[in-house]
Design a protein around this ligand. Sequence first.
Ligand code: NDP
Length: 444
Amino acid sequence: MSYVDDVLALVQKKNASEPEFLQAVEEVLNSLRPVIEANEEAYRKEALLERLCEPERQFKFRVPWVDDKGQVQVNTGYRVQFNSAIGPYKGGLRLHPSVNIGIIKFLGFEQIFKNSLTGLPIGGGKGGSDFDPKGKSDREVMAFCQSFMTELCKYIGADTDVPAGDIGTGAREIGYMFGQYKRIRGVYEGVLTGKGLSYGGSLARTEATGYGLLYLTREMLKCNGHDIAGKTVCVSGSGNVAIYATQKAHQMGAKVVTVSDSTGWVYDPEGIDVALLKEVKEVKRARLTEYAAARPSAQYHEGRGVWSIKCDIALPCATQNELLIEDAKQLVANGCMAVAEGANMPTTLDATKYLQENGVLFAPGKAANAGGVATSALEMSQNSERLSWTFEEVDSKLQNIMENIFHNLDDAAKKYATPGDYVAGANIAGFLKVVDAMNAQGIV
Ligand code: NDP
C-alpha cells in the first residue's frame, strides 16, 4: 500500500468514532498524493503524515454553571492544539449542542492548512463546547463563559494559543471570556480575537470572513473570465459569515436571493435586505420567520431547500455537510458556475467531486473563508503594537491576502495537480509550508 493509504487506514482505526475528522483527513491526504508520492520514502521515514494527523495536545474539561432557576448545568469544554509549526495555535471556539471531540478535531485539522494559506505566522487549533447559547439569558451566557474560561485560561496565551469566535461565539461571548481571562491571569493581552473595538478588537474583523469570501470568489471568477456583477447568488446560513457575504456580494453588484437558519430558509427574489437581516439576527436574535413577516417580497420555507433555487453562484455559509450530492446535482442542472465555501466543510466529498467534474469552479472553505482568521492575525499584530489600524487599512490588507490565497492555490493546482482543482491546490499550498517548518524543527 502507498504511504497515504497506510496513514488513512491508521487514522481510520484510531479515530473510528469521529466521522467528520475522518472526512477532513481523507479529503486532505487524497489531494496530497502527487506531492507525497514524489517524496514517499522520506515522508514515511519521518512519519510526517502520522505527526500531521495527531494533535500536539488536546484538552477536555467539565464546565459547570448555574442557570436562572438556580439549577446547576454541566457542559463539556474542548481545546485541541493541533499544530504549532508555523506559529501559535489559532482557531475559533464553537458553542453548539452538536460539538464533540471529532468535530473540534476536524475543524482544528482544517485550520492548520487554512492558517498556512493566509501567509501569516499562525498554527492550527480549535475549541468549543456543547453549550447552546440560543434561548439563554445574558446572565446565563456569562456564567457559562466565565466557567469555561476558568479552565481554558490555563492552556492559552497571547504567544501560545489565541482562540476566536465561531458558531455561537460572537462579540458577547468573547467579551465575557476576555473579562474572565484578565481577571484570573491578571494580564491585559491579545489572548482572544474578535474582541470589541473598545478593548483591543480590530475594525473589519466582524465583516472579514464574509467580505474575504467575496474577494476570493471575485478573483476566482475574474481569472476564469467571468464578472461577479449581475450574478444571482444563493447563500445559506444567516449568521456572521452569511450576513457579511451577502452585504459584500451586493456591494459588488451581485444579487443574493436566499438565506437560511437551522429551522428554515428564505427566498427573496428582490434581493435579501441586509439591514433587515441584521436587525432580525444581530439585534433581536430572532428566527427568519421575522424577516419574512417584515418583507413582502420574501417567501419563507420550513426545513432545507436553499440549493433548489436557480443561481450562478452558491455560497454555503452555515455549517458542515449542508450541501449534499442531491443539492450539487440540482445546482449543476440549474446552471450554477461557482461554489465557494464560507462555512467549514459545508460540501460533502461526493458533492464536491460532482461539482468539480461538472465544470463548476469550486473554492474550498480552508481558502475561501480564511479572511476571518487572517484578520484575527491582523488583530494580534495590532494588539502587539498597541495600535489600531483604520477600517480601510485592514480591509485593504484582507483584500490582498484573499487575492494572494487564490493565486497560491491556483499556482499549486497547476504545478502539482490538475489546473483548476482548487481543492488540491489549497491543500498542497497549505501543506508545503507547514511541512517545511516541521522538517526544520526536527522530530517534535
Ligand atoms: P453563526 O453562529 O453566526 O451562524 C451560523 C449560521 O448557520 C446560523 O444561521 C445558524 O442557524 C446556521 N446553522 C448552524 N448550525 C446549523 C445546522 N446544524 N443546520 C443548519 N443551519 C445551521 O456562525 P458563523 O457565521 O460564524 O459560522 C458559519 C460557518 O462559517 C461555520 O462553519 C464556521 O466554522 C465558519 N467560519 C466562521 C468564521 C467566522 O469568522 N465567523 C471564520 C471561518 C469559518 P441558527 O441560528 O438557526 O443556529
